[in-house]
Design a protein around this ligand. Structure first.
Ligand code: ATP
Length: 297
């Protein structure tokens, strides 16, 4: 069921509230808006969950994946397609110059503006993406964010061995979908891999292959392409491990109240239909309840 209004969720909350001291100055009162933050390692289904929620609540999505903010490399960075978006507006997705350096500060600035415009339309901002340093910068370092927003954290978790085999197969599907061609179009033998979209996993790994592909024999080309693909798989698995470590740190060291949704079973199901059912039961329905309580209780 799609909820049509968020207005009941805007509770008036005192900024300063000392016990026994009446707060008389209305200037001290502000409306605190709400934001949902969807986290998880690469491949777990964060983007999908954000879209599923946005079809149930009046919401718009703000991307927090540091590579998906750039224009281009849609296959390599695994951006959601227009069809997958199901009409849900997305912000900070494929909008930045791929040669620029989009920092955590830039993210905070742009994401905050997007949140203000989404809440201004009486909609719920859902921040979704894998770049935990962006989320940490927003939540820990921004007094204005903490003053104006209350967060509900959702974490889509998948057991690492299961996730590793899924992301490895996903790399094979990316190759079939045109990864090599996409990276070839961006290839520049003088390029700096520490800047902009060229930092994306899938770009530096292809460097050696793309340098020799025009001159090498077929066997050498095939060997170097295989090495590059294996390296992309390895680096994607390492990324998933690092992302998970950061979420554990948020939960254990910083004591963020993060709701964990275990999606492992979804990835173990054999048929597509079974996987869809498990996703709905194990991830979407519990998240729907959590968000409903967060907004309306
Ligand atoms: P770090 O501080 O290590 O950069 P982070 O939380 O800010 O961590 P991550 O999202 O974990 O950022 O990204 C780390 C690195 O992983 C990126 O610099 C990039 O190389 C790679 N990466 C992240 N997201 C993607 C993506 N969607 N596609 C390809 N590579 C990605």
């Amino acid at each position: 069921m799609m909820r049509t209004s968020l207005s009941v969720c805007k509770q008036v909350q005192p900024l300063v509230n000392f016990p026994g001291v009446p707060v008389l100055d209305m200037e001290l009162f502000r409306r605190k808006n709400k934001v949902v933050i969807v986290m998880g390692a690469t491949g777990t289904g964060k983007s999908r969950l954000a879209i599923d929620l946005a079809t149930r609540f009046p919401a718009e999505i703000i991307n927090s994946d540091k590579m998906q903010v750039y224009k281009g490399l849609d296959i390599v960075t695994n951006k959601v397609t227009e069809e997958e978006c199901r009409g849900v507006p997305h912000h900070l997705l494929g909008t930045m110059d791929p040669d620029s350096n989009f920092t955590a500060n830039d993210f905070c600035h742009h994401a905050f503006l997007a949140m203000e415009s989404v809440t201004g339309r009486d909609r719920l901002p859902i921040i979704a993406g894998g770049s935990n340093s962006y989320i940490a910068a927003m939540v820990n370092q921004r007094a204005e964010f903490r003053m104006k927003y209350e967060c509900c954290f959702l974490w889509v978790d998948v057991s690492l061995p299961v996730l590793h085999s899924f992301v490895s197969e996903r790399v094979d599907r990316m190759v079939e979908a045109g990864l090599v061609d996409e990276v070839r179009k961006l290839f520049d033998s003088e390029a700096d891999y520490s800047l902009g979209i060229r930092r994306a996993i899938g770009v530096p790994e292809m460097d050696k292959y793309l340098r020799i592909e025009a001159t090498a024999d077929k066997k050498t080309r095939a060997r170097l392409l295989k090495v590059a693909i294996e390296k992309i798989k390895e680096n994607t698995c390492l990324l998933a491990c690092r992302q998970l470590q950061k979420i554990h740190r948020f939960q254990n060291k910083w004591e963020w109240n993060i709701h964990r949704l275990d999606a492992t079973e979804v990835f173990r199901r054999r048929s597509r239909l079974e996987a869809e059912e498990a996703w709905e039961k194990l991830v979407v329905r519990p998240s729907d309840l959590i968000v409903d309580r967060f907004l309306y209780d």
